[in-house]
Design a protein around this ligand. Structure first.
Ligand code: GRF
Length: 216
């Protein structure tokens, strides 16, 4: 079976993209990164990808009059690079239902909370304000509603009494960098499949996901 051909959409520093690129450098990893695309030409992550010989393309949303045209350009760029699966990694544009349908069950996102808690922005501030003792991150298939969709994998992260939003974000980000490659690997291996709007994990892969239950 060939490798999953992944395109990664970013808007900024791209540390999750970097984690995926690094994971994919292992010849045994079942996915390859065919291109990195940013809606912001100045995104630092584009240089990281270029330095590793991965096509890195800016598709500037400001250059398009309508969202539909921007998204068509994104899809065409992905297809031109042979992409058959898309990872959102800090992509700060809300994708339209048309785009989501075009990439149905071939489009995933990483979010810095244990969904369905703390959808949206400022997740760490809100978790601290609520005094939760555990937070984490989630990789999920994308659906029309924001931060909703079949959950592939999650990692839990403890909240410390001394945490600030920044210190908590840094701890969660470390977990994100482990979780996203795991999720992509499970999907590429056919061990994580959407069935009736939840993700079934193959029995032999359940232990691997459980090991991330308390990522530090
Ligand atoms: C991450 O926290 C991710 O969960 C969220 O946006 C942030 C992107 O960070 N969706 P990076 O660009 O991957 O470093």
């Amino acid at each position: 079976m060939g490798k999953l051909k992944v395109g990664i959409l970013i808007s900024g520093r791209g540390s999750n993209m970097a984690a995926l690129v690094e994971a994919a450098q292992d010849p045994a990893f079942p996915a390859e990164v065919r291109c990195v695309l940013s809606n912001r030409p100045e995104a630092g992550g584009l240089d990281f990808a270029r330095e590793r010989g991965i096509p890195a393309v800016a598709v500037d949303h400001k250059a398009y009059a309508a969202k539909a045209e921007f998204e068509a350009a994104v899809t065409n760029t992905l297809l031109a690079h042979g992409v058959d699966f898309v990872c959102l990694a800090g992509f700060m544009r809300i994708v339209s239902p048309v785009f989501i349908e075009r990439w149905h069950n071939r489009l995933i996102n990483i979010h810095p909370s244990l969904l369905p808690s703390y959808k949206g922005l400022h997740t760490h501030e809100r978790a601290l304000a609520d005094g939760v003792k555990l937070t984490g991150c989630t990789v999920h298939f994308v659906r029309a509603e924001m931060d909703v969709g079949p959950i592939v994998a999650q990692a839990a992260v403890p909240v410390m009494t001394s945490d600030t939003p920044d210190s908590l974000a840094a701890r969660v980000l470390t977990a994100e960098h482990r979780l996203y490659p795991l999720a992509v690997r499970l999907i590429a291996e056919g061990k994580a499949r959407v069935t009736s709007e939840t993700v079934d994990i193959a029995p032999d892969a359940v232990d691997e996901t459980a090991r991330l239950f308390s990522a530090r």
